[in-house]
Design a protein around this ligand. Structure first.
Ligand SMILES: Nc1nc2c(ncn2[C@@H]2O[C@H](COP(=O)(O)OP(=O)(O)OP(=O)(O)O)[C@@H](O)[C@H]2O)c(=O)[nH]1
Ligand SMILES: [Mg+2]
Length: 201
């Protein structure tokens, strides 16, 4: 739930990058961190295993300045994608405002994508959220690799709700800000009072 404080004129929103292990969630927020200017970002915090897999989460606070008189901050989180970290994913999803589902476009990863998406739907339902109504953007990542599913196939298998979707290569940054801009716009439009200007546009 976005935290809008009318007294101090602050808005805090939580965006979670969700998806299967090694799909590119951490790479997304590392790219954002590299590109956002110093005064807009806090430290990136990563809790990793020794081989660079996310152990608990990555966290990047972004300060977007004022939107209609409200000091606006976005807190970006990634979940650990490895199957056995389900409890961590549930915890990180608490109070989420917007989600970027980072799918791995490689053909052999379709099962892992489907499993992760089913987990997301279930974890949201446990919080009382219906996935259909949550601001969510699909990201078809790793499109630079050979042997990827077509966008049409990804769309058919993973996006029956017809969320906005972007092809991406998080390593080079393709699609990274497009996804973030769209989800931020959806989150702000969802806020009471309809603050409809995306801070990234
Ligand atoms: N070729 C290619 N490699 C990518 C892309 N995005 C990420 N990678 C690579 O994929 C590997 C895993 O990326 P991460 O960002 O750590 O994946 P993750 O989703 O955070 O993984 P977990 O933390 O285990 O859930 C790294 O070696 C990245 O450099 C991409 O678009 N193309
Ligand atoms: Mg990670």
């Amino acid at each position: 739930m976005s935290f809008v404080n009318y007294h101090t004129k602050e808005i805090n929103c939580k965006i979670v990058y969700y998806g299967p292990g090694l799909g590119g969630k951490t790479t997304n927020i590392q790219y954002v961190y590299q590109k956002v200017s110093g005064d807009q970002k806090g430290q990136i915090i990563s809790l990793n295993t020794e081989n660079e897999r996310t152990l608990f989460f990555d966290f990047l606070p972004l300060d977007l300045g004022e939107i209609r008189g409200f000091r606006t901050r976005f807190h970006l989180y990634t979940v650990p994608g490895q199957v056995f970290y389900e409890a961590s994913r549930k915890l990180i999803l608490r109070g989420v405002d917007g989600i970027i589902f980072v799918a791995d476009s490689q053909v052999e990863k379709m099962e892992a994508n489907l499993e992760s998406l089913a987990g997301l739907e279930k974890n949201l339902a446990e919080q009382g959220y219906d996935i259909k109504t949550v601001p969510l953007v699909m990201q078809w990542n790793k499109q630079d690799l050979p042997n990827t599913s077509s966008e049409e196939e990804l769309q058919k298998q993973l996006n029956k709700w017809n969320f906005p979707a972007y092809s991406a290569c998080a390593r080079t940054g393709q699609g990274v800000f497009e996804s973030l801009k769209m989800v931020s716009k959806m989150v702000l439009m969802n806020l009471k009072g309809g603050l409809s200007t995306s801070p990234f546009v």
